[in-house]
Design a protein around this ligand. Structure first.
Ligand code: SF4
Length: 392
């Protein structure tokens, strides 16, 4: 089928260079390399008002009406011309930072960019994250892309405080069911997040997630991103602080994770459950994890045995000479190491580290920001160190 174009809907206006230059630089940069993929954010602005939204970090929370920074065509040119983009290999994320891609005014542009990428025969993973409405007609469009490996992740928290979660979670639940029912070429994931102890991790919440996991190709669960800017918003609006401290990484206390895993136990009626986004995406497409999480073996203890075998077969410790050559070319300083869990580098920020990670299919860590056992990618809040003291 042909992909619907904007039709009668007016295209979103494109901001002038002067308007763009008035934005925070992180927001004006339409491409950001994140762990799950090279992220293209050519539309900013959202009316959904989730209290924990990362737009607080960009001083963009008050921008309720979506606007484009670039035309769809220019956004695609920018993406595939990016220094870190590799055809068929680099995972891509679309509109995962400053808007919801399925908002009625945004969706036609999402579909347009998907059509442009697919039209080039690209087979890269593409991740689209939404909490908004997805219709059977949308599913037909999403099934129409013949090359891309497309995954729609549906964020569902079931937090009941409307000041934190103003969007009724039944919208996301309905979207997930619709997506799963109509999935042919794409895959859909229950993105169970943010889990906050005391807010949405009751036995009933876990049972709700159980039910929804039946309507997804995989389930990924994770915690809350709680930075200073988000804490300030909570404080200004009189919201109870979920944690006393803020953190660079997402927070999911050990006790919350253990309660969830204990409730799930050996219950085979749960859909496959993952701690990491890329693990869920890869599983849903019948592939090994593209982030090499298999090196962090404790992440895999909840993974289906066939998937573990798949990741084990694909996980190859890269040659130090090849790694060194690439890392030096990217600007790495200091010693470079390849150990049994990860490549360890110094002097590289996240984008080149993710470039190495996705290129080698092997974790790439910064020596200055170590990942501690069982806390991979998570804040130390709510965890104890190996010696029993609170984690640093
Ligand atoms: S085996 Fe490990 S790395 Fe692979 S998908 Fe499962 S959890 Fe992720």
């Amino acid at each position: 089928m042909s992909t619907p174009t904007l039709g009668t809907r007016r295209a979103l206006p494109i901001l002038s260079p002067g308007q763009v230059s008035g934005m925070r630089q992180e927001l004006a940069d339409v491409i950001e390399y994140r762990k799950s993929g090279l992220s293209l954010n050519w539309i900013v602005g959202c009316p959904l008002d989730c209290g924990y939204c990362v737009r607080h970090l960009f001083e963009n929370f008050e921008m309720k009406v979506p606007r484009r920074l670039l035309s769809d065509e220019d956004a695609v040119i920018r993406l595939i011309g990016h220094r870190y983009f590799r055809p068929h290999k680099t995972p891509i994320q679309l509109l995962n930072r400053a808007t919801d891609p399925m908002l009625p005014a945004v969706k036609p542009h999402l579909f347009n960019v998907l059509r442009l990428l697919d039209g080039q025969g690209l087979t890269n993973h593409v991740l689209v994250i939404t909490r908004w409405r997805v219709t059977p007609e949308d599913c037909a469009v999403l099934n129409s892309f013949t090359h891309l490996r497309l995954t729609v992740l549906v964020t569902h928290s079931h937090i009941q405080d409307e000041r934190i979660e103003p969007v009724d979670s039944t919208i996301a639940a309905t979207s997930l069911r619709t997506l799963y029912q109509h999935a042919d070429r794409y895959r859909t994931i229950l993105y169970w997040r943010p889990i906050v102890p005391g807010l949405n991790d009751s036995a009933a919440d876990i049972e709700r997630a159980h039910d929804l996991s039946q309507h997804a190709h995989a389930t990924v669960f994770t915690g809350l991103f709680f930075r200073d800017e988000i804490a300030a918003y909570y404080q200004a609006h009189g919201l109870a602080m979920p944690y006393q401290d803020t953190a660079r990484r997402k927070i999911l206390p050990a006790a919350a994770e253990q309660r969830i895993l204990a409730a799930i136990g050996q219950d085979a009626s749960w859909g496959a459950l993952f701690r990491k986004t890329s693990c869920g995406v890869a599983y849903a497409h019948g592939e090994a994890d593209y982030n090499g999480h298999y090196g962090i073996r404790e992440l895999c203890d909840i993974c289906p045995p066939q998937q573990i075998a798949k990741c084990q077969a694909a996980w190859v410790k890269p040659d130090l000479t090849a790694v060194t050559q690439e890392a030096r070319g990217l600007g790495a300083s200091g010693p470079i190491e390849v150990n049994d869990r990860a490549i360890v580098v110094e002097g590289l920020d996240e984008p080149p580290r993710y470039y190495l990670q996705h290129g080698f299919g092997y974790q790439c860590h910064d020596r200055a920001k170590p990942h501690h056992h069982r806390q991979h990618g998570r804040a130390p809040i709510g965890w104890t160190a190996e010696n029993g003291t609170p984690a640093a």
